[in-house]
Design a protein around this ligand. Structure first.
Ligand SMILES: Cc1cc2nc3c(=O)[nH]c(=O)nc-3n(C[C@H](O)[C@H](O)[C@H](O)COP(=O)(O)O)c2cc1C
Length: 414
C-alpha cells in the first residue's frame, strides 16, 4: 500500500561486506531520523567491516547477522513478510550474484527470497568487478525481475582508485526509498513539469535584472512529485540544485535563465505533461535595449527600456485549448496547469483575479510581504484556489510539507 511518508515503514537494511559498509551506518541514521522502522541484516562479510553492535545501538529494532542464532524460529520469513521494503546498501558482487541465482545461503539472501516487498539493490565495488560481464548480467537479471537497482556512481574508490562502482550518494538512495514506498497511483503514471527560481533578464553580458526567488518551493514540489512516482521535468534557473538530483532516473533537469528560454522549454515539455506547475518567479519585464557588449561606467548612466516578457501561463493555456480542439484525445485534454502568485497585499482578491484572468486550474498564492516565509526561506504559507474559490489555506510549514499539500489538492481534485 502506498504510504504518505516513510515514517512507520518497516525497512530491512541489508548490509554486505564491502568497503562502503561504513556508509550503511549513516544510511541507518538517516532512515531512523525520518521515523522508518529499520531492521539491519548484516552478512558475515559485512561484520568484518562494521560491527553488529554499531547497528544494534543505532536502530530502533534489532540487528541480525545469522540465520539461526536467535530466539525467533524462522527469522528470515518473519523479516521478509513484515517488510515494506528491503534495501541492500552496499550490495557486493557476491550478494548480487547469489540473489540473481535464487540461492538462499545466508540470512540476507533468505530474506530476499522470502519476501514480496519491493527490493532496492545498491551495488558498490571496484570498477573491474562492477564492469565484469557476470556482475552486469546479474544486475540485468535483477532489473528484469523488477528489483530496483540504484546504479553506482563514478568517483573515488578504495586505495585511491577512481572509477565507476562507488555506492550511490545516500541522498540518492533515500530519494529512491521514498519513491518506492510513497508512489501514489494517481501520479505514478504521470509526467509533471515544474518551474523553479527567478528568471534573469540581461542588461548586458554580465548584468541582469532578477528577483529574490530561491527556487526552493519549485524544487520541493518537483521532489515530492518524484516521491509520488511521477516522471518529473524540472525547468529551473537555480544554479545550486543539489547534486544528487542529477543522478535520479525519471528526474530530468533543464537549466534556463530568461523568461523566453523558460517559455520555450516549458511549452516543448507541455506536449508530454499531465501537470504543469509554474512555481518560478518569471520576470514581468525584460530589457529591450540589452547591450551586446559590457556597459562601462564612463559611458554614462544607461537608460533601460523595459518591455513585457512572454506570458508563459497564457501561452500554455492557449496551446492546451488549441491542441484539444485539433485532437480531443491528446494529453492536453486532461492537462492541469497550476499557477503561482506572489503578492504583498490583498492576497485573496489578487489571487482569484489572476486565476480567472490566466484561466489556470489552480492558483497557489503566497504572501511575500512576510520576512520569515516565502522568498529564500525554508518556510512558506500558501492559499490554494480553484475556479470555485479558496480550497485550502496552508499555514506556515516547511516548503516540502507545502509541496505535499499542493500535490494533495491536485490528486484529490482530478
Ligand atoms: C578489503 C576488502 C574490500 C572489499 N570490498 C568489496 C566491495 O567494495 N565490493 C564487493 O563486491 N566486494 C568487496 N570485497 C569482497 C567481498 O568482501 C567478498 O566477496 C565477500 O565474500 C562478500 O561477502 P558478502 O557478500 O557475504 O558480504 C572486499 C574484500 C576485501 C577483503
Amino acid at each position: 500500500m502506498p504510504l504518505d511518508s516513510i515514517a512507520g515503514a518497516n525497512i530491512v537494511l541489508g548490509v554486505t561486506g564491502g568497503i562502503a559498509a561504513y556508509k550503511a551506518v549513516e544510511l541507518l541514521r538517516l532512515l531512523e531520523k525520518q521515523n522508518a522502522v529499520v531492521t539491519p541484516v548484516l552478512t558475515k562479510g559485512a561484520t568484518r567491516f562494521v560491527s553488529e553492535l554499531t547497528f544494534n545501538a543505532l536502530c530502533s529494532t534489532k540487528a541480525y547477522s545469522s540465520l539461526i542464532d536467535y530466539d525467533e524460529p524462522i527469522l528470515h520469513t518473519k523479516l521478509g513478510k513484515n517488510a515494506d521494503l528491503i534495501l541492500v546498501a552496499p550490495a557486493t558482487a557476491r550478494l548480487i550474484g547469489t540473489y540473481a541465482a535464487g540461492i538462499a545461503s545466508d540470512l540476507l539472501t533468505s530474506v530476499l527470497i522470502a519476501t514480496n516487498a519491493p527490493v532496492i539493490v545498491c551495488p558498490a565495488m571496484h570498477t573491474e568487478m562492477y564492469e565484469n560481464i557476470a556482475v552486469q548480467e546479474n544486475l540485468a537479471t535483477l532489473k528484469r525481475r523488477k528489483v530496483i537497482v540504484v546504479d553506482s556512481e563514478y568517483g573515488r574508490l578504495a586505495q585511491n582508485d577512481v572509477g565507476k562502482g562507488r555506492l550511490a550518494s545516500l541522498d540518492t538512495i533515500l530519494a529512491v526509498v521514498k519513491r518506492t514506498l510513497m508512489s501514489h497511483t494517481s501520479l505514478s503514471d504521470k509526467t509533471v513539469t515544474v518551474t523553479a527560481g527567478g528568471t534573469k533578464e540581461y542588461v548586458d553580458p554580465v548584468r541582469f535584472i532578477s528577483n529574490k526567488s530561491s527556487g526552493k518551493q519549485g524544487i520541493a514540489i518537483a521532489l515530492e512529485a518524484y516521491y509520488r512516482g511521477a516522471t518529473v521535468n524540472l525547468v529551473s534557473t537555480v544554479v545550486g540544485i543539489p547534486d544528487y538530483l542529477y543522478g535520479l532516473e525519471n528526474f530530468n533537469i533543464y537549466h534556463v535563465e530568461t523568461a523566453q528560454q523558460m517559455s520555450e522549454k516549458v511549452l516543448e515539455l507541455s506536449h508530454f505533461s499531465n501537470l504543469v506547475i509554474m512555481a518560478a518567479a518569471v520576470a514581468d519585464f525584460r530589457v529591450a535595449n540589452e547591450s551586446r557588449l559590457k556597459i562601462h561606467r564612463q559611458e554614462g548612466t544607461p537608460k533601460l527600456e523595459l518591455v513585457p516578457t512572454v506570458d508563459i501561463i497564457s501561452e500554455l493555456v492557449t496551446l492546451r485549448s488549441k491542441s484539444v480542439t485539433k485532437n480531443s484525445n491528446s494529453i492536453f485534454k486532461h492537462q492541469k496547469i497550476i499557477g503561482f502568485a506572489a503578492e504583498t497585499d490583498n492576497l485573496d482578491e489578487r489571487a482569484l483575479a489572476k486565476l480567472k484572468n490566466k484561466n489556470v486550474d489552480f492558483l497557489v498564492a503566497n504572501d511575500v510581504s512576510k520576512a520569515d516565509i516565502g522568498f529564500d526561506s525554508d518556510l512558506n504559507a500558501v492559499s490554494i484556489y480553484n475556479r470555485g474559490g479558496l480550497i485550502k489555506h496552508v499555514a506556515k510549514k516547511n516548503k516540502h510539507e507545502v509541496a505535499a499539500e499542493i500535490l494533495d489538492v491536485y490528486e484529490s481534485e482530478i
